[in-house]
Ligand binder design. Structure first.
Ligand SMILES: Cc1cc2nc3c(=O)[nH]c(=O)nc-3n(C[C@H](O)[C@H](O)[C@H](O)COP(=O)(O)OP(=O)(O)OC[C@H]3O[C@@H](n4cnc5c(N)ncnc54)[C@H](O)[C@@H]3O)c2cc1C
Ligand SMILES: NC(=O)c1ccc[n+]([C@@H]2O[C@H](COP(=O)([O-])OP(=O)(O)OC[C@H]3O[C@@H](n4cnc5c(N)ncnc54)[C@H](OP(=O)(O)O)[C@@H]3O)[C@@H](O)[C@H]2O)c1
Ligand SMILES: Cc1cc2nc3c(=O)[nH]c(=O)nc-3n(C[C@H](O)[C@H](O)[C@H](O)COP(=O)(O)O)c2cc1C
Length: 590
């Protein structure tokens, strides 16, 4: 019995939660009470609504890598805790026919691409924006948009959905919330405000329901777990134009992770860069400032581990423009200046800007007030916990480039590759990604497409599927620069091929010949087989660059579906949107 006092694993909690589906409120309360009597945590909410039969508040999430889903789940749990009849669904599986019957609709979504919806939300988004969308006069709604101010179309999907719900006649229950990368606090504030608005609208019908707690990971970006960096091996060959590392970390406490999850790494800035910034601003590192978490600390320490100093944000340039009254900078910040601003910010860091725009008498507290908090970096987990629960493997592409005669180094990738000593500990947490998951059925065929470090999660996929004795065929399409230097994990793939785990591997190398060969060219060349895998119920995964690779692969898939089904491209695009909504076409792109 004492084993129940330890937190339930994700699988066990999921299994218990699914057992509750279909039980009455009294039965659920009885089971939870029984488990609590044994010392177990109350059960986590599943996507089903256990508490009452007629849901009145619907929480929907559109998420690519899990942030919006996490916020939505926390909101749903709070609604249930406070006795509201609430249900939760993801925009991919939500039945749009329900939309006009909703009373209170709370929607949390992120934005991807260049202002586009997350993959699983694309079909919903297309429906809502289209002519078939119903009038929503009886719906009260609130939208929380997650995004990143570094993107030109900040929170675009949330903004679009919010505006469209209103245009369709819906009434705004609470103003749209917008969150930057450090979304937690803003999301918590919005959630509290929305809970009040819901309470004013529809007082809880029942006595407070079960206290629902998350079964998610204990560690998060605010409470990371320490992990020792025990392997750091360069896996690109001599003469390669890239430095890619295979890393292994040994967490100090067991971390629960599944193939498709990423590891969040809480990095430190390069001390050399901090020193250069102090010199460029003529500030003393010992000056006391309030750091990004509200505590007081030395300026040098705050710059080292609390603030982004490597990339230049629009808001920082706006402050510099105010301080300097520089007309060229001001023009870039005008609505028509986006291209110029992007060109200026690309490749530069804060040292470049402060050298170009020296500011007399700048105070340390004003400098940090203009900066964004240092965000953790995510790395796709490249190993299966079933194969090795004590280590987490990563494939890290080290970011280094020359700009204006100086080598610029990516914060986290160079920290891990160059500055963390062997065996030293780094703060990490598991970033759960339910949107990039292996199928439950071991017989389902899977087709994996990855370019560069995008192959990382497929190493975990294959390790897991091999261990589970999966019978479904596996097809891997990998792309990189040069066969000799950059064929990441080549030996392991060939080993899987020899053992019959991997039925097919196609590789595309872009810099070996006179013309570029990319992963999508391999897909197009195998058009019939690709379509047959999809048509026969296969799952398709794409991982790697979001800017050009993923859209180009998507365009190739449209071409393939259109060719093989002899249908117009728009119909092929709908086919792929439907696959995304079903979770059979999943992307982990960055
Ligand atoms: C879900 C997810 C999974 C990921 N998985 C992986 C993974 O498995 N492996 C991996 O390596 N990365 C992965 N990433 C990317 C990773 O999180 C970091 O973004 C990456 O390592 C760079 O972080 P950094 O701190 O080293 O660099 P930063 O300091 O953040 O610098 C990166 C920035 O530098 C600029 N830059 C880079 N190169 C140039 C150049 N040549 N010229 C001018 N400017 C340039 C760009 O603005 C770029 O955004 C993933 C990201 C996400 C969101
Ligand atoms: N957002 C971020 O912070 C961030 C950070 C790190 C990496 N990334 C992205 O993640 C990806 C993986 O990084 P990496 O350094 O390991 O790989 P990479 O070498 O930059 O790219 C891997 C392969 O993809 C090819 N490629 C380029 N454009 C493509 C396209 N439109 N379609 C298909 N393939 C294309 C490359 O070819 P060529 O280069 O020869 O054209 C190369 O062969 C990169 O593409 C990078 O842009 C993003
Ligand atoms: C490849 C990529 C593209 C993105 N594009 C945008 C964008 O156009 N606008 C924006 O506001 N945020 C953009 N973001 C930031 C995400 O919306 C943000 O990280 C959000 O917290 C992700 O939430 P999710 O995990 O629920 O998907 C982008 C992020 C990535 C990795």
């Amino acid at each position: 019995m004492s084993a129940l006092k330890t937190p339930l694993s994700r699988e066990k909690a999921g299994a218990l939660s699914s057992l509750l589906d279909g039980l009455s409120r009294e039965q659920v309360a009885w089971v939870s009470g029984y488990l609590a009597g044994l010392g177990a945590e109350p059960l986590a909410a599943s996507s089903a609504d256990h508490a009452v039969s007629r849901p009145e508040v619907t929480v929907l999430h559109g998420s690519q890598t899990g942030n919006a889903e996490r916020v939505a789940r926390a909101l749903h749990a709070k609604l249930a805790e406070r006795g509201f009849a609430a249900r939760i669904d993801n925009l991919g599986s939500y039945q749009t026919a329900r939309l006009k019957r909703e009373r209170i609709l709370l929607l949390v979504t992120s934005t991807y691409g260049e202002g586009e919806p997350p993959d699983s939300a694309q079909a919903f988004h297309a429906f809502l924006m289209g002519e078939r969308a119903p009038r929503l006069e009886s719906v009260k709604f609130a939208v929380l948009a997650l995004g990143d101010r570094a993107y030109e179309r900040f929170c675009q999907t949330g903004r679009d959905i919010d505006a469209r719900l209103e245009a369709l006649g819906g009434a705004r229950l609470h103003p749209r919330g917008e969150c930057d990368l450090d979304y937690e606090e803003a999301a918590r504030d919005w959630t509290e405000q929305v809970l009040k608005a819901v309470a004013a609208e529809a007082p809880p019908a029942a006595a407070p329901a079960l206290r629902l707690v998350s079964s998610g990971p204990v560690y998060d970006r605010e409470h990371p777990c320490m992990a020792a960096l025990v392997e750091n091996i360069r896996i690109t060959g001599r003469g390669s134009s890239k430095d890619v590392r295979h890393m292994e970390l040994a967490p100090a406490a067991p971390l629960v992770f599944a193939p498709g999850d990423a590891l969040g790494v809480v990095p430190r800035n390069d001390p050399g860069l901090v020193e250069m910034l102090l010199q460029a601003t003529r500030l003393q590192g010992s000056e006391k400032v309030v750091d990004a978490r509200g505590g007081e600390t030395d300026l040098a320490e705050a710059l080292a581990c609390r603030y982004e100093i490597r990339s230049v944000s629009r808001s920082f340039l706006a402050r510099v423009a105010e301080w300097t009254e520089d007309q060229a900078l001001k023009a870039m910040l005008e609505p028509g200046g986006a291209e110029g601003l992007k060109a200026y910010a690309t490749g530069r860091d804060l040292v470049d800007v402060m050298r170009e725009f020296p500011i007399e008498g700048l105070a340390g507290r004003d400098l940090v007030a203009a900066l964004r908090p240092l965000a953790p970096r995510l790395y796709s987990i490249a190993s299966s916990a079933k194969a090795d629960p004590d280590h987490i493997h990563l494939t890290v592409g080290v970011v280094r480039y020359e700009h204006q005669g100086r080598t610029h180094r990516g914060v986290a990738s160079t920290w891990l590759a160059e500055r963390v000593e062997s065996g030293a500990e780094v703060p990490v947490y598991v970033h759960v990604n339910e949107r990039f998951r292996l199928p439950g059925d071991l017989a389902t065929p899977i087709l994996m497409v990855g370019a560069g470090t995008g192959v990382a999660p497929f190493r975990a996929f294959l390790e897991e599927r091999a261990l589970m004795g999966a019978t479904g065929p596996h097809w891997l399409v990998v792309g990189d620069r040069q066969f000799r230097q950059d064929f990441l994990y080549q030996r392991e793939w060939l080993d899987y091929r020899r053992k019959g785990v991997l039925q097919r591997i196609d590789a595309a190398f872009s810099r070996d010949g006179a013309t570029k060969t990319y992963v999508q060219h391999r897909l197009l060349a195998a058009s019939r087989e690709v379509y047959a895998w999809l048509a026969e119920g296969g799952h398709l995964y794409v991982c790697g660059d979001a800017a050009t690779m993923a859209p180009d692969v998507h365009a190739a898939l449209i071409e393939i579906v259109s060719r093989e089904r002899s249908c117009p491209r728009e119909e092929a695009a709908d086919y792929l949107r439907a696959l995304m909504a079903e979770g059979r076409y999943q992307r982990d792109i960055y």
